[in-house]
Design a protein. Structure first.
Length: 442
């Protein structure tokens, strides 16, 4: 979720600017040890959303890979856009052999490349600022969006219908929510299933394949939350299991096969303050992370929600976004409502020796590249360790974690699903789940 920072008094703003400047000076001195790649690009307008597309071109540009991502424009009027952007990244996150450092790299004293090869490939005209955009995993030409103007969600097939259009022409309108909301999640097992949530306390499930008109109703509506529902996500292994979190501080698990729409399969009061986001581990699909206004990230096992696995502390503001690495089950990202961004290495949880810094052992690094609130962040599905983030000051950053920092083989040698240590082994002492291996709803 994204939020606007609170208005500050002049003296407080000056103090904050100095703090940001000091943090970034320290960060720049150490960044060549933390990253193999840093790319900074100034967008014409702030983007409130960021998502990678699965597109990858490794042949057209020798020494580079071309990735695709989704960003949006947050303008002052009611007209904005969703943009498909192409990004050129040096192979392996490193500059080609024999390449000389440019002026900026020499000034920073680092060996990583700082380049700006970012181009807009397609633009979809949109009504209202887009606060979230997500592409269907099975067909990335299909894009779902949410805006601040209404509770509606919109579906676009940009490849067929929107490359040259200068009008707002969604293929489908998902009209059920009476209030706004951020939650938007495609089902990775069943193409066309989309989940949304909103400030009207509802969780809706839509089947795009069954749509027969432009304006559509949901296939299923869940009503069990007592307050705004802030985020929703499908469980990866079982296509009927859906998770949601909200202002009522609860993590709830639903099953679309059940007749009851108001009683979840399972529910737990997961935090002491409202919950802003959740993420299901794509490698270890029974592990879920939640983040909250209580400034913490909590880890849960879906087989036994009665016991919290672990609590991550290190943020100084409300934690608004959390995301697991698609390649390593032990790596987790979280961002807060100021500008904080932390990469966690959960294989270090049982390291009881306190680091010299005094930070939790599992805190791998703080990314201090942004000077404003981070609106959205995502792991690249093709290049392990590559992360994209956007902030409210128009900045988009692409950064790749250093292989030496992770104590792992070079990135080109990573295998899908590899990890330093099994997350289940690391967290086994904190939870005693039932004998069954997958979550179930009876």
């Amino acid at each position: 979720m994204g939020r606007h920072p609170t208005r500050r008094e002049p003296d407080e703003a000056i103090s904050l600017d100095k703090q940001i400047c000091d943090e970034q000076k320290q960060w720049k001195r150490n960044m060549c040890f933390m990253y193999d790649l840093v790319m900074t690009h100034a967008l014409p307008w702030p983007s409130l959303t960021f998502d990678w597309l699965p597109d990858l071109d490794t042949c057209s540009h020798p020494g580079e890979s071309v990735h695709a991502c989704l960003v949006s424009t947050h303008t002052l009027d009611d007209t904005s856009s969703v943009e498909v952007t192409r990004v050129h990244v040096p192979d392996g996150g490193r500059p080609p052999v024999g390449r000389q450092p440019n002026e900026l790299e020499q000034r920073l004293g680092c060996a990583y490349p700082v380049v700006q090869k970012v181009k807009t490939a397609h633009s979809i005209v949109h009504r209202g600022s887009v606060i979230r955009a997500r592409a269907m995993p099975q067909n990335p030409n299909i894009i779902a969006t949410r805006t601040r103007l209404t509770g509606d969600a919109y579906i676009f097939d940009y490849h067929n219908n929107h490359r040259c259009s200068q009008e707002f022409l969604p293929d489908f309108v998902l009209s059920k929510h009476s209030g706004g909301g951020y939650g938007l999640s495609w089902n990775r097992q069943r193409a066309g299933l989309l989940a949304t949530c909103g400030t009207d306390d509802l969780v809706n499930v839509w089947d795009v394949n069954a749509f027969r008109s432009k304006v559509n109703e949901p296939a299923v509506t869940f009503t069990g939350h007592e307050g705004s529902v802030n985020d929703v996500q499908w469980q990866n292994a079982i296509p009927t299991i859906l998770l949601s979190v909200g202002q009522d501080k609860c993590l709830k698990m639903w099953d679309t096969r059940r007749k009851s729409r108001c009683e979840p399969c399972s529910s737990v009061t997961a935090h002491s303050q409202p919950i802003n986001g959740l993420s299901v581990n794509p490698v270890n699909d029974v592990t879920v992370a939640t983040c909250s206004d209580d400034k913490t990230v909590a880890l849960w096992d879906l087989r036994n929600l009665s016991v919290k696995l672990h609590t991550l502390t290190g943020h100084v503001e409300d934690v608004v976004n959390v995301s697991w690495s698609p390649h390593f089950e032990n790596l987790l990202l979280s961002t807060d409502s100021l500008r904080g961004c932390i990469v966690w290495d959960l294989s270090r949880i049982n390291d009881y020796e306190t680091p010299p810094s005094g930070h939790p052992a599992e805190l791998l690094l703080r990314h201090c590249g942004h000077s404003a609130t981070i609106s959205d962040i995502a792991w690249n599905p093709n290049e392990p360790g590559l992360i994209g983030s956007v902030s409210e000051d128009n900045i988009m950053q692409l950064w790749q974690l250093s292989a030496s920092l992770l104590k792992l083989p070079p990135l080109s040698g990573f295998a899908m699903g590899a990890s330093c240590t099994s997350l289940r082994d690391q967290l086994n002492a904190a939870s005693a789940p039932p004998s069954h291996n997958t979550p179930s709803c009876k």
